[in-house]
Design a protein around this ligand. Structure first.
Ligand code: AN0
Ligand code: CP
Length: 322
């Protein structure tokens, strides 16, 4: 695996899930693979789960993780090409990336969407620079448009908890006070479309995700109707993807608290499990009652972030040995 961005990068999903279960059962069985190998984990944005689960996954594989928080531990980095660097950014990615690459074998990058320029974000401009200028395998640790380590962990969690062969999975938008990226719903949609599930997306008008991620999913604007008979309810806020009106890209179009997932929403489901990638704002996205119920999977879902990261790193290490 050269880079990890899209569901297509992981190949056959059943094989990936089988490998995930093996990794989960015997996490230290591949400790030799990472010997004398280093992964650089570069964070332009805050993180709890991605940071810790990536470090843990690397350590399980016997690999050394180095974490760099850009702008806090490092110089502030310029990401735009061709600019006069007379502002507060002391160093350009064009130098910083090859320097970081010279100290490691694999690079993971967290770089959120700026939510100002749709074209810039959807071209994955920062991640593409890491791919181009590092020459190393690159993992998206949530980049402008995707969060594949999260979506893979979500799929593992669904596989572990499903009670029917082909469960109904509903991705529902929920309100949030700040404008958030579309990376999590984009990747979740992409992975669910590739998985053996009935997939429905529900959101208020104007929140249509990019067609490349919606794929063949059913989009239902009536949230209650969408949730009927669901086996898994996956809540997430996202800002306007700017598909129907590009001028609204990154804006908050709704704060309708009627979309908060509460007991009344869960009552129309098939006793569904509740999922969220975390961090979550209680009583905005989901009521206390729903997230604290035994059907809430948020903690096992977060725990599976180690498993998904470890499968990805394991495959990259195996590839380096070829
Ligand atoms: C981020 C987001 O919505 O993309 C990270 C989620 C994993 N969430 C927040 O910034 C609250
Ligand atoms: N779910 C997730 O990626 O969490 P962090 O932002 O804390 O890494």
């Amino acid at each position: 695996m050269k880079s990890f961005f899209h569901v297509s990068d992981i190949g056959d999903l059943n094989a990936a899930l089988a490998e995930a279960m093996q990794v989960k059962a015997t996490p230290f069985a591949w400790k030799h693979l990472g010997e004398n190998k280093t992964i650089m984990l570069v964070f332009f944005n805050s993180s709890l789960r991605t940071r810790l689960s990536s470090q843990k996954a690397a350590l399980n594989l016997g690999m050394n993780p180095i974490v760099l928080n850009i702008g806090q531990d490092s110089w502030k980095l310029e990401t735009e090409m061709g600019v006069v660097m007379d502002g507060d950014k002391s160093e350009h990615l064009r130098e910083a990336i090859p320097v970081m690459a010279s100290y490691c074998d694999i690079i993971g990058v967290r770089s959120f969407a700026g939510l100002k320029d749709r074209e810039y974000d959807y071209a994955e401009t920062v991640l593409q620079q890491f791919i181009e200028f590092s020459g190393k395998p690159v993992i998206s640790l949530e980049s402008a448009t995707v969060h594949p380590c999260q979506a893979f962990a979500d799929l593992i969690t669904i596989e572990e908890h499903k009670k029917v062969k082909r469960p109904k999975v509903v991705l529902t938008w929920a309100p949030h006070p700040k404008a958030l990226p579309q990376a999590v719903p984009n990747s979740f949609a992409e992975w669910m479309n590739a998985a053996d599930v009935d997939f429905v997306i529900t959101h208020p008008h104007g929140y249509e995700l990019d067609p490349q991620f919606v794929g063949d999913a059913v989009v239902e604007y009536d949230q209650m109707k969408a949730l009927e008979g669901a086996d898994f309810v996956y809540a997430k806020n996202w800002s306007c993807p700017g598909v129907t009106d590009p001028s609204q890209y990154g804006e908050i179009l709704s704060k309708d608290m009627g979309w908060t997932v509460d007991a009344a929403h869960m009552a129309v489901t098939n006793n569904a499990f509740f999922m969220h990638c975390l961090p979550v704002r209680r009583n905005m996205i989901v009521s206390d009652e729903v997230i604290d119920a035994p059907t809430s999977l948020v903690i096992p879902e977060a725990a599976n972030r180690v498993v998904s990261a470890q499968v990805v790193m394991k495959r990259m290490l195996e590839n380096l040995q070829k």
